[in-house]
Design a protein around this ligand. Structure first.
Ligand code: MRU
Length: 341
């Protein structure tokens, strides 16, 4: 099944619980905004494009479940639910994009029934478009890969970070579909291990060769000539920087030092044309994510912890940005990307 979807039988949201992977593959249901917000905060659903769909389905869910009697009341209700959803994770711009686009769709409604229908149709369209955009992005990106390349990636920018197919891993899937022999090096992505738990799992499911390394090995493997290209996803692309999982910046610096192309793969919905790096809030996560590994304590309980979920990579470290509208090279004129939206 897709990473996240609408369950027409029960009129709720279903998703793959990513916190259980790779040990268990389970589908969970979200029947309320509270349970959806819990799922987003605890990363049961995660990855920028998947969060866009989660936000959109969340607005649709609030519209279906609300018992208010007037259209005005319903609009107020879904806007408030939307703000609650957006507040769960501040860095990935797709979340607010998905929420706001779905609320806008309801603004064309003449009555409650239409508003409910429009939100659900819009959320479903966002999910369908995500798959189609990733396919297009994958085809553009595949042109950058050569037969025999080894690609290093960080975190999970695969089908589980999207509705399906993936961005960074979508490029690899498309290149392999074209017959190119592409191998992957996946960084484990401490502290929540999206690379070791999710990226390796989904690549092995597709029989794509993957080697797992710790994040701190990336310098070594790049210096040793074991990496031809780096491809990562993005949570937000401002005019001057790419926000992605913590550790991405470090890989970009090493890639630059060793003349290894550093590519970012992301849909246009991840671009935030209005802001600069310094204006963006980087999500700070709980200290216990570093003090414990699963249930196992790995640091003194009273140690000070700094645990940002994302970092920002300046544009001068980025070789190209792969989108569904094509590949963009420096200097990144974001107006060019915008024109094609
Ligand atoms: O904290 P997460 O797991 O949501 O972080 C995800 C990432 O950083 C991904 O690389 C990014 O969202 C791109 S997903 C196509």
């Amino acid at each position: 099944m897709r990473t996240i979807d609408w369950n027409y039988e029960k009129n709720d949201i279903i998703m793959i619980d990513q916190t259980l992977l790779p040990g268990r593959y389970e589908i969970i249901e979200c029947k309320t905004i509270e349970s959806l917000c819990e799922a987003i905060k605890s990363l049961r659903v995660r990855g920028a494009p998947a969060l866009g769909a989660a936000g959109a389905f969340g607005v649709a869910l609030s519209a279906q479940r609300s018992s208010v009697q007037s259209l005005e009341g319903l609009m107020k209700y879904i806007k408030s639910a939307g703000e609650t959803i957006i507040a769960t994770r501040p860095t990935a711009v797709n979340l607010s994009w998905g929420v706001r686009r779905t609320i806008r769709a309801a603004e064309d409604a003449n009555n409650i029934k239409e508003a409910r229908m429009f939100t659900l149709e819009e959320a479903k369209a966002i999910a369908d478009e995500d798959v189609e955009k990733n396919r297009r992005l994958g085809e553009y990106g595949a042109e950058l890969l050569e037969d025999g390349d080894t690609v290093m990636t960080h975190c999970n920018a695969g089908r589980l970070a999207c509705v399906d197919w993936g961005t960074a891993l979508g490029v690899i899937r498309s290149a392999r579909e074209e017959g190119k022999d592409i191998k992957v090096i996946s960084c484990e992505t401490r502290p929540l291990n999206q690379g070791s738990r999710i990226t390796t799992w989904e690549l092995l499911e597709d029989k794509i060769p993957v080697t797992l390394i710790t994040d701190s090995m990336s310098g070594h493997v790049m210096r040793k000539g074991m990496v031809d290209k780096v491809i990562v996803g993005a949570d937000r692309i401002t005019q001057d920087a790419v926000f992605n999982k913590i550790g991405t910046y470090t890989h970009s610096v090493i890639a630059k030092e060793h003349d290894i192309p550093f590519y970012v793969a992301a849909p246009v919905s991840t671009f935030d044309f209005e802001h600069l790096e310094d204006e963006i809030e980087i999500e700070l996560r709980k200290p216990d994510e570093l003090r414990f590994f699963g249930n196992h304590q790995i640091a003194p309980l009273n140690v000070e912890v700094y645990n940002p979920a994302f970092d920002a990579t300046p544009m001068e470290n980025v070789s190209a940005i792969i989108t569904e509208n094509g590949v963009f090279y420096p200097p990144f004129l974001l107006d060019e990307v915008r024109i094609k939206i």
